[in-house]
Design a protein around this ligand. Structure first.
Ligand SMILES: Nc1ncnc2c1ncn2[C@@H]1O[C@H](COP(=O)(O)OP(=O)(O)O)[C@@H](O)[C@H]1O
Ligand SMILES: *[C@@H]1O[C@H](CO)[C@@H](O)[C@H](O)[C@H]1NC(C)=O
Ligand SMILES: *[C@@H]1O[C@H](CO)[C@@H](O)[C@H](O)[C@H]1NC(C)=O
Ligand SMILES: *[C@@H]1O[C@H](CO)[C@@H](O)[C@H](O)[C@H]1NC(C)=O
Ligand SMILES: *[C@@H]1O[C@H](CO)[C@@H](O)[C@H](O)[C@H]1NC(C)=O
Ligand SMILES: *[C@@H]1O[C@H](CO)[C@@H](O)[C@H](O)[C@H]1NC(C)=O
Ligand SMILES: *[C@@H]1O[C@H](CO)[C@@H](O)[C@H](O)[C@H]1NC(C)=O
Length: 676
């Protein structure tokens, strides 16, 4: 429907339309104008190529499809020349260019005046903006004039930038151009406008037929036409325009997704273009392409969800991993750094502390076998549960100092690791396990140790204990010597293990102990009275150990009547009766009688109830090596008479209930703290 001049009459009363049309064509001066203010819905426009009128009333020149071109032409021509002179005219438009990617836009909109026979079908899209083609560009025969709103820079047409306004005569190489923008009325300052911002903006084009001046202005929508024009150039269109010509738009896309819209349009010959009522204009669509291909619509949300899921999973895994391997680490531990193992390494080394790597369960916790990831060193990891932080620093300091103890008959402590509620001690791995399993057999029946091996182990442990007592910078009391704490390395050397219970005190200083630790059967009688561990209480336990290894019997056993039988009692009894060799392990087919008797007698001497009658470890080692003869002791000897007299008292006291080792290491730790 032609919307020439007065809108009301044209729209509302059909028969008046005919009248006004008649006026339009008849009255030269009054009717040579039009305005599209309330949108283009139902407008009588000549549309070409991609151009459509949307239901919302927009003139959609391109819809985002690549390499599209479009033109929309007002159906009625105007007389542009009076005699041979171009007449003044004025146009105004509100447009919007939507471009998903600001940097990649193309190509723009041209408001043109062109002769009726101009062949737009021959024009090209892309940089030609549906206006000309490669050969027709610049040809004087075109007789076309246009104002380009160009969103792409083409060197071919000497474009100044990718966001400019240009005056085009017969082609796209502008006779004048400038960056899009406007001069503020109040400050006169230039303000940039981005043509492809997706925002509606208004432009005005005027030709002054007398002054032969072309003027272009633009402003954001809602802003009045700026007083100072954006672009003004002297150009005589008299030779360009034909007598009658049409006004319209051309537009095109190239390799970029852009959508070009015209929201409102007005035109007039010989006077200012009618004002466009901004309030009535249709709305530009939301920024971004309206109708994307289905796949493109589905992929982003799916990808986003997948991405979030992946991030979430990774985060959870990391958190779980961190929790799994989380350790306790405090400032004071820095100095112990080299002795500190990472839980992760231990976890990997022991295959996640799997049961199949369990070596045994001791008084303080489980012991696992492991292989360190990098060094391939075989280790035994003792997992000790602990709750308190109290005394931890001292304990660790002790662990580290114990780690410095090095002797061929000690199971080397390599380091430690701390976690919440858990302490891990790392020892050298002893392939042949603990001695008790070889003495008494067990689940996996081991071949009986022959006497030579036993005696070598006895001598080794004696030398290890001597090292602890006398040969290191501090006196170290083992406190828990027994067959199950003697480990056997690959060459069946005896190695003292389990330093978890070892305490230290400076040589000569008094040890103040608050709890008795150790194992029933190996505890010296004086411990029951004084609670004071000394090197001589270790000697006592070593004596029991000697008897244990030689007799192949546990320190305390039960007879058929359920009475407790003390090994030391039994051996002493046999000795008093002159049948000492009867106590030697019956499983031994061959043994050195002298060595066995030495071991048994020395065992009795070491486990003498009176501590002052016991030898120290240096003497023990000398006796065992044969460097010194064991004093010729007879059962009638004074010291053994005393032994006989006090033995009952002594054994009674060491059968007192002592705290079980199962009471967790807390006891040990707190007493350690108290000790330091
Ligand atoms: N360094 C090691 N190498 C090999 N096996 C070990 C090692 N330390 C301990 N074990 C095994 O783990 C078991 C329990 O050890 P431990 O806690 O020291 O026992 P306990 O507390 O009874 O003295 C031992 O009997 C031994 O078989
Ligand atoms: C559109 O305008 C042209 C020129 O004014 C006229 O010839 C044509 O009949 C009009 N079409 C309609 C549908 O009004
Ligand atoms: C865009 O217009 C073209 C016609 O020029 C049409 O083939 C295409 O389907 C349209 N695309 C969309 C998304 O509307
Ligand atoms: C056309 O030109 C004639 C003579 O040159 C002049 O009198 C007349 O006013 C002009 N008309 C317009 C509309 O400019
Ligand atoms: C317009 O140009 C096209 C393509 O160049 C051509 O096929 C068509 O015949 C031309 N039309 C006229 C009227 O010249
Ligand atoms: C370019 O357009 C002109 C008419 O404007 C036409 O004659 C010519 O064939 C076109 N050239 C090409 C290459 O299409
Ligand atoms: C306008 O844009 C140009 C280049 O696009 C830039 O150099 C200039 O600083 C901008 N001016 C303002 C006022 O934003």
């Amino acid at each position: 429907m032609p919307q020439a001049h007065e809108k009301l009459s044209c729209f509302l009363i059909p028969f008046l339309v005919a009248v006004s049309l008649a006026i339009c064509s008849a009255g030269d001066d009054v009717s040579e104008q039009f305005v599209y203010s309330g949108g283009f819905a139902g407008a009588n426009l000549t549309l070409g190529d991609a151009a459509v009128l949307t239901p919302e009333g927009l003139l959609e020149l391109t819809n985002g499809t690549l390499r599209q071109k479009a033109h929309a032409i007002h159906p009625a021509p105007f007389r542009f020349r009076n005699a041979s002179t171009a007449r003044s005219f004025s146009a105004s438009l509100v447009f919007g260019i939507l471009c998903p990617d600001d940097d990649n836009c193309g190509h723009g909109i041209i408001l043109f005046v062109a002769p009726g026979d101009y062949n737009f079908s021959a024009a090209f899209p892309s940089q030609y903006i549906g206006f000309v083609n490669g050969t027709s560009n610049g040809a004087a025969a075109n007789h076309i004039f246009g104002v380009e709103l160009d969103t792409d820079q083409n060197n071919e047409f000497r474009d100044i930038d990718g966001n400019h306004v240009g005056i085009d005569v017969d082609g796209l190489t502008s006779v004048a151009s400038t960056s899009a923008g406007y001069f503020g009325d109040d400050d006169g300052v230039f303000h940039n406008l981005t043509l492809a911002s997706g925002k509606a903006m208004q432009a005005w084009v005027d030709y002054d037929g007398e002054g032969k001046q072309i003027t272009v202005a633009m402003a954001p929508i809602g802003t009045a036409r700026p007083v100072k024009p954006l672009l003004s150039t002297a150009y005589d269109l008299s030779t360009v325009l034909t007598d009658t010509a049409y006004v319209g738009f051309s537009s095109a896309t190239g390799s970029f997704n852009s959508r070009h819209y015209v929201l409102g349009w007005s035109f007039a010959m010989d006077g200012p273009a009618p004002a466009i009522d901004i309030a009535q204009l249709p709305k530009l669509p939301r920024f971004g392409p309206k109708r994307r291909p289905k796949l493109a619509q589905i992929i982003p949300p799916v990808a986003t969800a997948a991405f979030i899921l992946a991030i979430g999973t990774v985060t959870i895994l990391l958190i779980r991993r961190r929790r799994k391997y989380r350790e306790l680490r405090e400032d004071w531990e820095v100095e112990f750094g080299p002795h500190r193992f990472s839980y992760k390494d231990l976890f990997r080394a022991t295959g996640g502390f799997k049961d199949k790597n369990l070596l045994g369960v001791g008084g303080f916790g489980r012991v696992y076998k492991g292989v360190l990831p990098v060094s391939k060193l075989e280790i035994a990891v003792k997992k000790v549960s602990h709750d308190s932080k109290q005394g931890m620093k001292e304990f660790i300091a002790e662990v580290v100092s114990i780690g410095r103890l090095q002797h061929r008959n000690l199971a080397q402590l390599l380091g430690y690791c701390r976690r919440k509620g858990e302490l891990l001690l790392i020892y050298e791995y002893m392939p042949n396990g603990s001695l008790d399993k070889h003495l008494y057999g067990g689940d996996d029946e081991k071949p009986v140790l022959d006497w030579d091996e036993r005696f070598r182990i006895i001598k080794g442990i004696a030398s290890g204990l001597l090292y602890l007592h006398e040969e290191w910078e501090k006196v170290v009391i083992h406190r828990d010597i027994k067959a199950s704490n003697v480990l056997l390395d690959g060459e069946m050397n005896g190695r003292l293990g389990d330093f978890g219970l070892a305490r230290m005190y400076d040589r000569g200083a008094n040890a103040q102990t608050t709890h008795v630790v150790g194992t029933i059967g190996y505890l010296a009688p004086e411990l029951g009275r004084t609670n004071k561990a000394t090197p001589l209480t270790d000697v006592f336990a070593f004596g029991i150990f000697l008897l244990e290894v030689t007799c192949g019997q546990r320190p305390i056993s039960q007879n058929s009547q359920g009475d407790q039988l003390m090994l030391v009692d039994w051996v002493l009894d046999h000795w008093l009766r002159g049948s000492l060799t009867e106590t030697v392990d019956a499983k031994l087919q061959h043994y050195d009688v002298d060595q066995a008797c030495l071991a048994l007698k020395l065992g009795l001497l070491c486990s003498h109830p009176l501590q002052n009658s016991r030898p120290d470890m240096r003497q023990v080692v000398r006796y065992l090596n044969g460097d010194v003869q064991l004093p010729e002791l007879t059962p009638t000897n004074e010291s053994f008479q005393i032994l006989g007299l006090v033995q009952n008292e002594g054994f009674d006291s060491y059968l007192m209930p002592y705290p079980s080792p199962m009471e967790s290491i807390n006891t040990t730790l707190s007493s350690l703290a108290a000790e330091k």
